[in-house]
Design a protein around this ligand. Structure first.
Ligand code: HEC
Length: 100
């Protein structure tokens, strides 16, 4: 999969740590790809509005199938690193660093 982030929020997304929140207007889109065929799959996206995140599901063609405060998405993403986002995972504290 590929993750695309609107330019103004890219740096913040790349260094996402607990406690951060991305600005209103931010777009984050996750493009899936079939492992075997390489064909593009569904697109999952998040758009930050004044009322919080709007979740979107689109076909590979870009046709939006569902959008809104989608329950399924929110339930899982409420456990994200920060601001309902999981980020790239590079900055997550390591559980086996030996420092306890
Ligand atoms: C089972 C838990 C789960 C559900 C349900 C889920 N996600 Fe995610 N999502 C994740 C995880 C974990 C990541 C981090 C990247 C990865 O490991 O795939 C992620 C990453 C993302 C990202 C990249 C931004 C980020 O968080 O860093 C977007 C956009 C996204 N998901 C959208 C959606 C949408 C839209 C839905 C609902 C259709 C959804 N997700 C449902 C777990 C979930």
């Amino acid at each position: 999969m590929d993750v695309h982030v609107s330019p103004a929020s890219r740096a913040e997304y790349q260094t996402l740590v607990t406690g951060m929140a991305l600005p209103v207007g931010t777009w984050v889109a996750k493009f899936h790809r079939d492992d075997k065929t390489g064909n593009p799959g569904p697109v999952f996206a998040m758009h930050k509005t004044r009322d919080g995140w709007e979740y979107l599901v689109a076909e590979a063609t870009g046709a939006v199938q569902e959008r809104g405060a989608l329950d399924l998405c929110q339930r899982c993403h409420s456990e994200g690193v920060a601001d309902q986002l999981f980020g790239l995972g590079r900055r997550r504290p390591s559980r086996d660093a030996g420092t306890d």
